[in-house]
Design a protein around this ligand. Sequence first.
Ligand SMILES: *Cc1c(COP(=O)(O)O)cnc(C)c1O
Length: 362
Amino acid sequence: MIKFLDLKKINNRFRADIDARIAAVLDRGWYLQGQENDVFCKNFATYCGTKYALGVANGLEALTLIIRAHGFCSGDEIIVPANTYIATILSITENGCTPVLVEPDICTYNIDPARIEAAITPRTKAIMVVHLYGQAMQMEHVWELAAKYRLKVFEDCAQAHGAAYQGRRAGNLSDAAGFSFYPGKNLGAMGDAGAITTNDAVLYEKLKALANYGSDYKYHNLYRGVNSRLDELQAAVLDVKLCHLEQDNESRREIARYYRNHITNPLITLPEVYDEAAHVWHVFPVRTEERNRFQTFLSQHGVETLIHYPTPPHKQPAFNEWNDKDYPITEEIHRTIISLPISPVMTQQEIEQLVEIVNAYQ
Ligand SMILES: *Cc1c(COP(=O)(O)O)cnc(C)c1O
């Protein structure tokens, strides 16, 4: 059986270090906003190349807080790829803002830079890019448009820890970026966790307060904030795993390279890569016409797969006002896409076996 993602195996590689760090938290008896949080945030900011990183409760809240800190509200529009995971869109609606969905590029699965300008109106405040599946967005055109129309740029980095564009890491390509450390992400906690990165000192201070009841110093509340904090146990676990993120991402790249060189089945469309450094392969998405049949075939041969994602946000009951809208490229992707196992703990034998099985599908 080739598992999609063996989280137990992934985390148990670092068992001794994780045990020691968890024990240290217990010994200290300090569970929130302590030294584990400080150390991890400092290390994560260094990793991303940003001045600041703020630990928060999860990825959705990281994105929601970024928008909130800018004061965007009802009537303000934020441009977002139509094929993203629903959380990106919820961070916008949670603030009362209007998500403006833009079709992706069918080759990179990221927002199509050529379609963004037509979606800009006098109410547009920001462009939220999503480095989907682990491939950094080609930012050049986004930056140009942001400068031309005076828009903010935000990144949803939930699938892109360590991805890079022109030598700069995801999280350091915009005004502010949200990360998720959901257990299955490239850098995953043992529960919910997230972070915001930015180079803007004023924004950082505001976000820090907003995430802690709006409090800028103890028992003084500058804003009507929320409770969204990264706890000491998760920070400790993440700090251990951060040391291995580069190696893990490199393992993912090697597997992806092997798949791209060896999967030759004409029924399977492989993902396109414009730059090796850009991609950290959160998933390995392929497309095929008869997806259900392909998934059943793989399952019968002991290969676990997942679909990211079966239904696009505009077809969800939660957004029934969009259900009649057409986003043909997004719909085509959601109809045909399926993710093959790719994880740093796969063995060479599993990798080769998977390729053989995929190539045998007809
Ligand atoms: C996982 C994910 C999120 C949400 O992160 P949580 O930590 O689960 O809240 C947001 N956007 C994308 C693209 C994701 O994959």
